[in-house]
Design a binder for this molecule. Structure first.
Ligand code: 0PR
Length: 373
């Protein structure tokens, strides 16, 4: 493949071939992804900062400043502009890091989270040798509070609440979790998906730092934040908590540097996140969320006309529908070019209505879906 060099024109052709086999958001047929087309200005910013590495922040004071502004801006959105934190590779790394900090501070290992939690929490417990305690969901598909209460003991390190579950977009009762939290334990909120949606809803449930017991929040700009991949924000309430995962590297100029799991950190996405936030402003995100919710509502009405029942009234831009044999339907829709997914709890056809999904896409999808019922 690479004994000798190859001409750019040939490489470009090969890249075009590979890309043409991929699905692209702009085609409007991917209705299963939690990512979307990044804003144009975010792409430009990403390319400009392609060589920056916040793993050695001493070389990149400008990029570091962008990261500080991004964290402050996300903090403003999440009820506290004075948090510490940084841009990591995504929700997984942010969730792992949050539990890493919580474990090192409390010295305890038990983590309580709902069955709806993203699988990154299982990775975290595995890597950090922590004890996962999974709790059932109630009828509203949120964490069962009685079970949480019954499972709290002296070994508790953290409770995790989800603000926008991966499958259904449900939001746990975070104020109630906060009331149950023992004094020294952590309350981590996974708003990887909800972080750029819930604050822009007319009627958002409470989930952020305005609840005093909330210790840390994951919110991913590379999902509804319109930034490029990889951009996952972790915000923690107290700056000194991050010191608890710090490792010295005296040969690097570490001043001002984030203590993180990654060494070399892709920093282009930091610039892209900054660009997306500056370009849209909170008003722009508000419009975008409104548009996604309108399309979600439109899909929901179409489903009802076909006699399909939603698993829950969508709170966010995710719609899960009870259909007969969802896996078969998914397969058949895929043959027609649609990418939809199947939720497990409960088994249902799952549509994620990101900004690239238009009413026209929904019309096309439902026409094909109707022919399969
Ligand atoms: N927390 C929640 C609530 C999530 O939904 C996700 C990912 C994560 C954490 C982990 O985030 P990262 O994937 O950034 O580490 N949710 C989607 C999922 O796993 C991610 C995704 C995105 C999947 C695009 C497919 C796709 O095409 O299903």
């Amino acid at each position: 493949m690479w004994e000798k060099g190859t001409a750019n024109s040939i490489i470009m052709k090969e890249l075009e071939d590979a890309s043409s086999q991929d699905y692209h958001f702009c085609d409007g047929q991917v209705i299963s992804s939690m990512c979307t087309e990044p804003l144009e200005i975010a792409r430009v910013a990403h390319n400009k900062f392609i060589e920056a590495n916040l793993g050695n922040a001493g070389l990149y004071p400008g990029t570091l400043d962008l990261e500080r502004q991004v964290i402050k801006g996300i903090g403003q959105l999440l009820g506290n502009e004075n948090t510490a934190g940084g841009i990591l590779s995504g929700g997984t790394e942010a969730n792992i890091t949050a539990l890493w900090i919580a474990r090192n501070i409390t010295g305890k290992k038990k983590v309580i989270f709902p069955k709806s939690a993203h699988f990154s929490f299982h990775k975290a417990c595995d890597i950090l040798a922590m004890e996962p305690v999974m709790v059932d969901l109630n009828d509203e598909f949120t964490i069962d509070l009685d079970q949480v209460a019954a499972k709290i003991d002296d070994n508790l390190c953290a409770i995790v609440g989800i603000a926008g579950t991966t499958e259904l977009g449900a939001v746990d009762d975070i104020p109630a979790l906060a009331d149950l939290l023992p004094e020294k334990a952590f309350l981590h909120i996974d708003a990887a998906f909800g972080g750029f949606v819930l604050p822009f809803l007319d009627d958002s449930p409470e989930f952020d730092f305005s609840i005093p017991q909330v210790s840390s929040i994951t919110s991913d700009p590379h999902k509804m934040g319109m930034a490029t991949i990889p951009s996952g924000a972790l915000l923690v309430r107290e700056r000194e908590w991050i010191r608890k995962i710090h490792k010295d590297a005296p040969y690097l100029d570490m001043i001002g540097q984030l203590s993180a799991l990654s060494g070399t950190r892709s920093s282009a996405a930091v610039a892209a996140t900054y660009a997306a936030m500056r370009s849209l402003g909170r008003e722009g995100y508000s419009e975008l969320v409104k548009q996604c919710m309108e399309v979600t509502d439109y899909a929901s009405q179409k489903a009802r006309k076909l006699g399909l029942k939603p698993v829950m009234e969508p709170l966010m831009n995710i719609l899960c529908l009870y259909v007969p044999k969802p896996r078969d339907i998914q397969k058949e829709l895929n043959k027609k070019g649609w990418k939809v997914s199947v939720a497990q709890n409960p088994e249902s056809l799952r549509l994620v209505i990101m900004p690239h999904v238009t009413k026209e896409s929904i019309d096309g999808l439902f026409a094909d879906l109707e022919s399969l019922l």
